[in-house]
Design a protein around this ligand. Structure first.
Ligand code: ADP
Length: 193
């Protein structure tokens, strides 16, 4: 439909803050392409590609996969047709360098980031959730490392988008069902629906 609003959203938050869950809700409502860098990396790991093997070494240590490879992976993905009507980036950008590269590419296409949804959850609640989730990289050691990486490298990304007045801050301590309506209405309000 021609009056459909173009949306390029970013979902940001600590590991276990609900990025994947709430991205899925937003995707369903607005029919956006869902770009989850964690899922893309895990697909490569499962397919045992060379890239997957390299990435997995970082993932298992709770470290970030190097910027240059992640940036090329995402920029390539954004070229696909399903991104024309809009997208949600889940787990990217995670560093200011990634954010700068993303902004440059999207601004050149005249399709800048619309809004950044920031899910705020206390460390204690995060630890509880991740230990329950029990993904391959969800053990106490990597969780602590990933949280440190989040504070050191990803918090500056939130500040970076605060300067562009694009951040929607949401305290996301409640369970997923409770948070669902809150996240969708905060976003709707932000994009002027
Ligand atoms: P979580 O947010 O729970 O840590 P993700 O699925 O988003 O889970 O990420 C899992 C791992 O994948 C990260 O710990 C990191 O190693 C890697 N990763 C995902 N996205 C990025 C990114 N944008 N830049 C660098 N590494 C990433």
């Amino acid at each position: 439909m021609s009056d459909k609003k173009y949306l390029a959203l970013i979902m940001v938050g600590a590991p276990g803050s609900g990025k994947g869950t709430h991205s899925a809700d937003i995707v369903e409502k607005y029919k956006l392409a869902h770009i989850s860098t964690g899922d893309m990396l895990r697909e490569n790991v499962a397919a045992k590609t060379k890239f997957g093997e390299m990435a997995n070494e970082y993932m298992q240590k709770g470290q970030l996969v190097p910027d240059d490879v992640i940036i090329s992976m995402v920029l390539e993905r954004l070229q696909k047709e399903d991104c024309e009507a809009g997208c949600i980036l889940d787990g990217f950008p995670r560093t200011v360098e990634q954010a700068t590269a993303l902004d440059k590419a999207l601004n050149e296409q005249g399709k800048p980031i619309t809004s950044v949804v920031n899910l705020i959850v206390e460390r204690e609640e995060i630890l509880k959730r991740l230990l329950l989730r029990g993904r391959d990289d969800d053990n106490e050691e990597t969780i602590n490392k990933r949280l440190d990486v989040f504070h050191a490298q990803t918090s500056p990304v939130i500040e970076y988008y605060e300067k562009q007045s694009k951040v929607i801050n949401i305290v996301a301590e409640g369970d997923a069902d409770h948070m669902r309506g809150i996240v969708l209405s905060a976003l709707a309000k932000n994009i002027g629906e």
